[in-house]
Design a protein around this ligand. Structure first.
Ligand SMILES: [Zn+2]
Length: 79
């Protein structure tokens, strides 16, 4: 059963704010154009926004990646 089309315009999701529906679909879900607080933009499915899977244009993930890299390096040095 298809979910009704939700309007999430101007709602915040983490660093993202939903701007408008792109009209595209990914995995059967509406894809929304979002503005990120860092100044970037992202196209994210409504389900990813609602579940909190995607909360930035990718800048958050970059931060996490850098942290993981540093942790890996520290572990290697400890050996
Ligand atoms: Zn960003």
């Amino acid at each position: 059963m298809p979910a009704p089309l939700a309007d999430i315009t101007d709602l915040p999701f983490g660093l993202l704010t939903a701007v408008r529906r792109t009209g595209k679909k990914r995995h059967g879900r509406s894809v929304w154009l979002c503005d990120c607080k860092c100044g970037g933009t992202a196209e994210v499915t409504i389900s990813a926004l609602r579940k909190g899977d995607t909360r930035s244009c990718g800048c958050l993930r970059k931060e996490t990646g850098r942290a993981n890299l540093a942790a890996g390096r520290a572990r290697k040095n400890a050996r």
